[in-house]
Ligand binder design. Structure first.
Ligand SMILES: Nc1ncnc2c1ncn2[C@@H]1O[C@H](COP(=O)(O)OP(=O)(O)OP(=O)(O)O)[C@@H](O)[C@H]1O
Length: 579
């Protein structure tokens, strides 16, 4: 069954095997030799029966038979190990590739995806590649070769009996032809359901307190269980087809056994063939179960694996950020100058414009604040500076150079971004502080901790800086998280500091302290601040009022209070006028 994605799926599949082709080749050859050695046993057995019939000595032949059996087992063992090893390596390659891909994805691509589903592709789908790339591919070749060799040998012995065998193969082929595409379909459905369940579980665990507070446990459990049951049902469908396909082999061979016994017995009676030929033929038939089983197993594993490869290919097709230099190029240390030139942006082709022609000139160093109603597009401006998204029209220039022309790593190396929700990573407080610059010195860490008034927190924590902060920093308070996020950005020593609502959860004393830190930072770097509380931005060198995706006005606090009604309203509501 070919679909348009077939070729890439196969190419991806072979791409995973390529680095281990030598091991697969050696392992496969040994398995094949093991199979052939096993296939030679009926011939030795025939010779043994013939020799018994003529009353000759059988010691040599017996020894040969034993040697063949031992050799077949030993070769198969080594071959098996090599294939297993290659299989593990294939999973490793797939996981490494996926990791690189996932971490290089563009922000919008990840925002559209469900993290839980992406994780299931990493954990579950890659595991399914284990057998596909190695034992299934090898099984396909060895099974086919062994089957052909055996069939030829059987044909040489007696064409009439071969007819029966070919009929058997035809029946098995029919079952396989019908069953394998169904196995693939069911397996895809099962994996998709596992992905959905993962996504649903991640959703519940990611907002665990909200789930509890909303009393939504039962609903979440039911939804996750429904997903798990979908996976189970699809798994059962796949299992039913697999057992049907595999069972057809045993069934057909058993039937053939009886038919060959009957027809062969008659032919022995008429003298058309010797008893030894019949014995050898029956043995061949008996041994044929294995390569055919191998073929069928390979077929079903390939079907399951291709389903997984397709899910991995879907990730491969997601949009990555442009690959840049491995390391950020050395950039200037002074504050960055930033110019927005008629910047327009929408989050999706079907979505309304969020920025509708923003032009702002931000000189190097100093503090520029963006204020405006919720949803006006302030955070979006920051996201564009980090190039998480690209403007749909217009340009943003840093130091006179279009951001699109900057190497991403170099661009971001100069930017310190404190996001609105101050995200933390699980790990210790120190891990979080040095996340943007792992080589920061103890002194730099101490300074940043002191400036952001985190020292009392560090003293309180049982293991100081080395205390774990929990998943997403949930052992810290909202205000502590904001200060850790600011300290993290400062330790990075950026040229451009983007602060998105970083004082929203701070008490008055902390807010004032942070305001001082930011004012000091603005002497050596360019600081852009988004704030709802005007108290944090009155000192700014310039304030830009953003409304509905456009710049409505700009100036100092006093200028704006006098000239812009919206800003004057903000100020009045926040009791700042005349302060
Ligand atoms: N990833 C996204 N996909 C689609 N729309 C988005 C996305 N992020 C933000 N928006 C929309 O873009 C608009 C601007 O959002 P933005 O976060 O820039 O506003 P803001 O001015 O920072 O608001 P606030 O002050 O509430 O933080 C909003 O209407 C928001 O709903």
């Amino acid at each position: 069954m070919r679909t348009p994605i077939d070729r890439p799926a196969w190419r991806t599949l072979l791409g995973y095997v390529r680095p281990h082709r030598r091991t697969v080749l050696i392992g496969g050859t040994l398995t094949l030799l093991g199979g052939l050695a096993a296939a030679a046993q009926p011939l030795a057995a025939k010779a043994l029966v013939d020799r018994l019939g003529t009353g000759g000595a059988i010691t040599g032949l017996l020894a040969l038979l034993v040697a063949l059996a031992l050799a077949a087992a030993a070769i198969a063992m080594v071959g098996d190990y090599l294939l297993e090893r290659a299989a593990e390596s294939v999973v490793l390659v797939a996981r490494k590739r996926l990791t690189r891909k996932l971490l290089s994805l563009r922000v919008p691509a990840v925002q559209r995806a469900e993290p839980g589903d992406l994780m299931s592709r990493f954990t579950s789908d890659t595991t399914l590649l284990r057998e596909v790339c190695t034992s299934a591919l090898v099984g396909l070749v060895t099974g086919a070769v062994t089957t052909v060799v055996m069939v030829v040998m059987m044909g040489v012995m007696d064409l009439a009996l071969l007819g029966v065998t070919v009929a058997v193969l035809a029946v098995v082929g029919l079952f396989a032809g019908a069953g394998l595409p169904m196995i693939e379909k069911a397996s895809r459905a099962a994996q998709a359901a596992v992905g959905d369940t993962g996504a649903r579980l991640e959703r519940a665990l990611g907002a665990f307190r909200t789930v509890k507070a909303a009393g939504a446990e039962a609903r979440e459990i039911a939804a996750i269980e429904r997903g798990a049951e979908d996976a189970w049902r699809a798994g059962l469908r796949s299992a039913r087809w697999e057992s049907l396909v595999h069972g057809s082999n045993t069934l057909a061979i058993q039937a053939a056994f009886l038919a060959v016994l009957g027809i062969g017995g008659a032919r022995v009676a008429t003298g058309a063939i010797s008893l030894s030929t019949l014995v050898a033929f029956l043995l061949f038939l008996f041994y044929l179960t294995e390569p055919i089983g191998q073929l069928l197993h390979a077929g079903s594993r390939l079907s399951v694996g291709l389903a997984a490869v397709r899910r991995l290919s879907e990730v491969e097709e997601m949009q990555s950020e442009p690959a840049g230099a491995a390391h950020a190029e050395a950039v200037a240390k002074d504050g960055a100058r930033l110019v927005f030139e008629d910047v327009r942006f929408r989050y999706g082709p079907e979505l309304p414009e969020v920025l509708r022609g923003v032009s702002v000139d931000v000189p190097a160093t100093g503090m520029t604040a963006f204020v405006g109603p919720s949803g006006a597009g302030k955070s979006t401006l920051f996201a564009l500076i980090e190039r998480f998204h690209e403007p749909s029209a217009g340009r943003i220039l840093m130091d006179g150079r279009d951001l699109a022309d900057w190497d991403l790593a170099s661009l971001r190396a100069g930017v310190g971004y404190v996001e609105q929700d101050a995200p933390m990573l699980s790990g210790t407080l120190r891990d979080n502080l040095v996340y943007g610059r792992p080589d920061a010195t103890e002194e730099e860490i101490r300074d940043a901790v002191a400036h952001t008034r985190l020292d009392s927190l560090v003293e309180r924590l049982p293991e100081g800086l080395d205390t774990p902060v929990g998943h997403r920093g949930n052992f810290l308070s909202g205000g502590e998280r904001q200060r850790v996020a600011l300290a993290r950005a400062l330790i990075r020593r950026p040229r451009l500091l983007l602060l998105d609502e970083i004082t929203s959860q701070l008490d008055a004393a902390n807010e004032m302290a942070i305001r001082d830190v930011v004012t000091t930072a603005a002497k050596t770097m360019t600081v852009l601040v988004v704030a709802h509380r005007l108290s944090t931005v009155t000192q700014a060198d310039r304030i830009v009022v953003v409304d509905n995706g456009t710049v409505r006005a700009s100036g100092t606090h006093d200028e704006l209070v006098a000239s812009d009604s919206m800003y004057a309203d903000f100020a009045a509501t926040q009791l700042l006028v005349g302060e």
